[in-house]
Design a protein around this ligand. Sequence first.
Ligand code: T4K
Length: 374
Amino acid sequence: MTYTGDQILVTRSSMPSFEEYCEEIRKLWDSHWLTNMGVEHKEFQRQLEGYLSCPHVILYTNGHLALENAIAAMGFPAGSEIITTPFTFASTTHAIVRNGFVPVFCDVRQDDYTMDAGRIEGLITEKTAAILPVHVYGNLCDVEAISRIAQKYHLKVIYDAAHAFGVKYKGISAANFGDAAMFSFHATKVFNTIEGGAVCFADDGLVDILNDMKNFGIRGPEEVVYAGGNAKMSEFQAAMGICNLRHLDAEIAKRKAAAERYRERLECVPGIRLCGQKEGVESNYAYFPVVFDGFAAGRDEVFAQLRENGITARKYFYPLTNSFACYRDLTTAGAEKTPVAAFLADRVLTLPLYADLALEDVDRICDKLLSCKR
Ligand code: T4K
């Protein structure tokens, strides 16, 4: 790389002021209570249940363990199949496999890269227990069609909503679709708790199970009911969440301005495809994916030429999870089984997007991108 000036990375964590965070964690120095569901954890959980209008929010130390536990909590029989998509981060597929279940890969839609609901029924077998779609980039899946299919075949729906915190559809938060939804609060997300995550759901019967699973299965001082692990969110993570939640709407508004500028600059460029915008969705502007199909340069050339100029875009999500080396022996794997996802994975680039990205920087990125050549 030859560039020596200011680097622009794909994202940049949103943070409160140093003083605001110090004020929030002052009480931890007074109490010496640092983890195990203390006051900050309880307060953050209460605030999230209100913000998301969701009956239950269980906090986790990261999104991946939240998803693993959400799947485990459903009590599916051994050997069950779970229909999911390969156009996602490794976590989604790993969470299924690490629970001992078989991922069955459904292709995605051309316009928003979410699960193609029209292909789900063709993948259902007597072993299918659940559908695990991904609101990829914060794009809401076809929640209505997926819900109809799940009801018809008595399947559970667990959404990987890692990218969709703050997204609403017809005024309803992404937390409230499916039997459970998992959010990631990783440092790179629209809303972060440094590391962190949550499972959101309405069923009162899941509360004890999920709380037990994230805390060694300990229900009381002398009662252990489940061989659980440790996935608790600490007080410092919860304090970061409380601070960042105060600024979330302003952060999303700033992201929106940057995303709109990208759209203005790139929308009508031949060979560049942008994500469709679904009616009724309030977006969180989590990512800005661009698909290069017939542009003056291919995706890999654009990626390399931007890097030469100090701009790091990312190939989220290449490679597809169904082509990972660790799934080579899985009979359901193989990118050729999901041709639309394979097409997108070879052509997509997510451009830098974060709240503090100046519109001048968006212009600089677009200028460089539009000058890329083979
Ligand atoms: N499901 C889906 C669909 C997901 O996308 C994810 C996570 C999960 C489940 C699992 O949730 P978590 O268990 O992670 O909560 C990142 C994130 O680590 C990961 O959370 C995320 N998805 C995935 C899409 O991206 P990397 O390896 O690309 O991150 P990294 O370290 O290269 O960082 C990217 C950029 O972010 C850096 O260039 C600069 C910026 N950054 C990074 C860090 C770590 C910051 O500004 N601050 C930071 O602290 O995986």
